[in-house]
Structures are given as C-alpha cells and as structure tokens.
Write a protein of this length. Structure first.
Length: 272
C-alpha cells in the first residue's frame, strides 16, 4: 500500500480512536456525576438500610396485630368510602369544567389576547405549584373539617394540572379546520365548538379519566389533614392503634383504586 493511501486510513483510525476515547470519558464522567448525586442524596436523607432491617420485627408485629381485618366494621366504613369517591368525582368534574376556559386562554394558537395568555399561564403555574395537601390545609382552615375542603383542594390543583395538559393538546391540534371556519366568517364561539372541540375532545377525555384516577388516590391522602373520607378514618385508626381497622381500610382503598383503574380502562376503550 502506498504512503498516499495509508495516510488517510491512519488518520481515520486515529480519529475514531480519539472519538472513542472522548465517548468513554463522557460516559465515565456521567457515571461519576450520577454516583455523586446519588451519594449526596443518600447522605442528606440519612439512608440507613441497617435500621430498616432492624425495624422489620416491628413491621411484622404490626402486621400480625392487624390480622384479621375488622370485617364487622365494614358497614361503618361505607359512608367514609362514599365520601372519598364523591370527593374525587366532584373535584374532578368541577376541575375539568374550570380547566377548559383556562386552557383556551393559555393555548397560544387560540387565545384571544396575548395578555390573557400570560395571565392564564401564570394561574396554571401557581395552582400546580401548590400541592394538594397544602390546598387542603388552607381550605380546612377556611371551611372547616370535612369532605368539602378536600373537594376544593382537588378542584384547585386539578385546574392547574388539567389546564396545562389541555392547553398543550390544543396547541398541538390541527389548525386547518380552525382556519377554514375563520375564513368563512364564523365567530369565535362557532370556531371553538365546531373546530377546536371535535379536534381535541378524545385527548381531553383520556386525560380527564387519568386525572380521576389520580384524584381518587389523592382524596385518601387529603383525609390525613382533616378533609374527610377514608383517609381521615385511616389516620384516626392508626393514632388509636386500631390495626385491624387499618387493615380493613387498606383493603377498601385497594379495592377503590383497582376498581377505578378498571372502570377508566373500560371507558377509554368505549369512548376513545
């Protein structure tokens, strides 16, 4: 092989070796950063697997004390169960209704005015930033203990979450039908009802069903701060060391979550 042919080949081999070395260094650097972040997280959280293993005996003891579940208490738990379901239903439905106009204002392609876009986006960011438990604490202070405080907390947080997701769906929609109706002289309301809604309705329904799943779980947690439902009964039973009641409530929560997932999946197959 001549020198003129060998030189480009050697240069290509050297270039590939250099690229491989840079790639290896990059992977090692990434691994080092990940290990560092994980290590500092373990240090800050005071992770102690040994203490967990030592405490397993206590967990086993609580488990045995919670068996069998207090099935005789089931009739008394039916009303808190209904409260939990209705908190999720009310919070989700009202949250959806309020999210739609907010999402329209927050979608850059259909918002009627740019200032309204920024106001809607700011409102969505604020409602999403405050966790549901914080909203529940605020509304418990405002309206007192009970399911209404939990429903209000879910409504406010749902508007933030659904408003953002709905706005993104609207921004990603096909604008052809909207432009066609606009050229025919249709009003803003007609364009929304005949072009925007049909184009985004399947996606909005799917998102809404997923949100109901999330709100059902959240409605249990909101009871921990006095917002009613099964969560309130669960924290009360734990504080009173009524572990058989706790195991019964956990089984009810499991049944609710699994049932909601199955119903949501069935509705998605039928509607979407």
């Amino acid at each position: 092989m001549s020198d003129s042919a060998a030189t480009p080949l050697q240069a290509e081999i050297q270039r590939r070796h250099a690229a491989g070395a840079r790639s290896l260094i990059g992977r090692l650097s990434t691994a080092a950063v990940i290990l560092f972040v994980l290590g500092q997280a373990a240090r800050v959280t005071e992770a102690a697997p040994g203490e967990l293993l030592h405490g397993l005996t206590g967990i086993v003891d609580i488990f045995w004390r919670s068996m069998p579940p207090a099935v005789d208490r089931l009739p008394a738990m039916l009303w808190p169960t209904l409260e939990t379901i209705d908190i999720a239903i009310f919070g989700t439905v009202i949250g959806i209704v309020l999210s739609v106009p907010v999402a329209v204002l927050a979608a850059s392609n259909v918002t009627p005015a740019r200032p309204l876009y920024y106001v809607a986006r700011g409102l969505i960011a604020f409602l999403r930033a405050v966790p549901e438990l914080v909203w529940a604490l605020l509304f418990v202070a405002a309206v007192g203990l009970g399911p209404f405080a939990g429903a209000l907390a879910l409504i406010f947080h749902s508007v933030g979450m659904l408003g953002r997701l709905f706005a993104e769906v609207i921004e990603d929609m096909d604008m052809g039908p909207v432009e066609a109706l606009t050229l025919t002289g249709a009003g803003r309301l007609q364009v929304f009802s005949h072009a925007v809604v049909p184009g985004v309705l399947p996606s909005l329904l799917g998102i809404s069903l997923y949100r109901f799943d999330e709100n059902l779980r959240s409605s249990v947690l909101l009871g921990f701060v006095g917002a009613g439902g099964i969560g309130f009964q669960l924290v009360s039973a734990m504080n009173l060391f009524q572990y058989r009641d706790v195991s019964l409530l956990i089984l009810i929560i499991l049944a609710l979550v699994v049932g909601a997932e199955r119903i949501s999946a069935l509705l998605r197959r039928r509607v979407l």
